[in-house]
Design a protein around this ligand. Structure first.
Ligand code: ATP
Length: 332
């Protein structure tokens, strides 16, 4: 069944169109991630789904029900924000219970759901603490717990990990993936972090300037992008783009991912190493080419390359992407 369906959604703030003809179906149990550059409309789209903003035109269905004009509390959603949005005067238990109390749930039901959520999120020892007595990661777990206890049809996450440091981000990311597996719930998640998008999503929706550029599994988008924007957006370091003509390649632009270049003295590309990044497991080289471009090369393991060293690079044709002058992918 379709958990969420967006049909021809547009959203304008005054004269500014922020969302342009968005169409998307989310299957039950699916984890969908919206990514795109700052200002592309990710948060606005999530807020339109939640009912915190009205769509200017279009239809929103959740679990088959038209909720386009339904208030947020009646949409069957629970939202987790970057800012946690916890009540400071309530303890963890009180924060998790509040929505259920307001919905008139019976006390034993509330207690049972809090126990389940606290167990899933390892919060059992913190139920009597107030938000100020918790770490950032624990606060975010409470915010997630508050969403879980409501048993929503659809979870909405707006950059929930942005306030956490790198180690905690990773740990919480793994937690969210586990929760998704255990709950089997439908989730829509906004982030500008492509690692989160790649690791959490069943399908990624890449947005740009209020439009959907491409929808697909992480590996579909990575291996088979429809255009130069998607190709450049996913992958770190990002794909190299070079003028195709001088290399005798097809189209206007040649795209090669850094990990698909190999050092070869008589390779098609020649230049000088301009910078070396030794990451331990990988080595990144920046190479200034004879044609004035800079290419990033990602080598597995540790290498002895030096700045200033002349270098040749090669790639397999199967790993070369061709784009036309408008950035559209040219497929064979
Ligand atoms: N209430 C508002 N009134 C006017 N313009 C708004 C409003 N909310 C958002 N916008 C504009 O809509 C566009 C999309 O904003 P949105 O917050 O959805 O982007 P985003 O992709 O989530 O960006 P970020 O990654 O920076 O959070 C931006 O240009 C923003 O300035």
């Amino acid at each position: 069944m379709t958990a969420l369906s967006l049909e021809n959604i547009t959203k304008s703030f005054g004269p500014v169109r922020v969302l342009k003809d968005i169409n998307l179906d989310v299957t039950e149990g699916e984890f969908i991630v919206f990514v795109g550059p700052s200002g592309c409309g990710k948060s606005t789209l999530l807020r339109v789904i939640a009912g915190l903003e009205d769509a200017t035109t279009g239809t929103i269905r959740i679990g088959g029900r038209d909720v386009t004009t339904t208030p947020p509390a009646k949409r069957g959603i629970a939202m987790v924000f970057q800012s946690y949005a916890l009540y400071p005067h309530l303890d963890v238990q009180g924060n998790m219970a509040l929505g259920l109390r307001q919905a008139g749930e019976a006390k034993p039901v509330i207690a049972e759901r809090i126990e389940m959520a606290a167990k899933m999120l390892s919060l059992e020892d913190y139920l009597k603490r107030r938000p100020a007595e918790l770490s950032g990661g624990q606060r975010q777990r409470v915010a997630i717990g508050r969403a879980i206890v409501r048993k929503p049809e659809l979870f909405l996450f707006d950059e929930p990990l942005s306030n956490l440091d790198a180690a905690l981000r990773m740990a919480t990311r793994v937690e969210i993936a586990r929760l998704h597996r255990e709950l089997g719930a439908s989730m829509v998640y906004v982030t500008h972090d492509q690692t989160e998008a790649m690791t959490l999503a069943d399908r990624i929706v890449v947005l740009r300037d209020g439009r959907i550029e491409q929808v697909g599994t992480p590996m579909e988008l990575y291996n088979d992008p429809d255009n130069q924007f998607v190709a450049g957006f996913l992958g770190a370091p990002s794909m190299n783009f070079l003028p195709a003509g001088p290399l005798g390649a097809r189209g206007a632009t040649l795209g090669i991912r850094p990990e698909h270049l190999r050092v070869a003295p008589d390779g098609a590309l020649k230049g000088d190493v301009s910078h070396v990044e030794r990451l331990g497991g990988d080595t990144n080289l920046l190479v200034a080419t004879e044609t004035g471009d800079t290419i990033t090369v990602r080598l597995f393991g540790q290498h002895e390359h030096r700045v200033g060293q002349a270098i040749g690079l090669d790639y397999a044709d199967a790993h070369a992407f061709a784009f036309d002058a408008e950035g559209r992918r040219l497929r064979d």
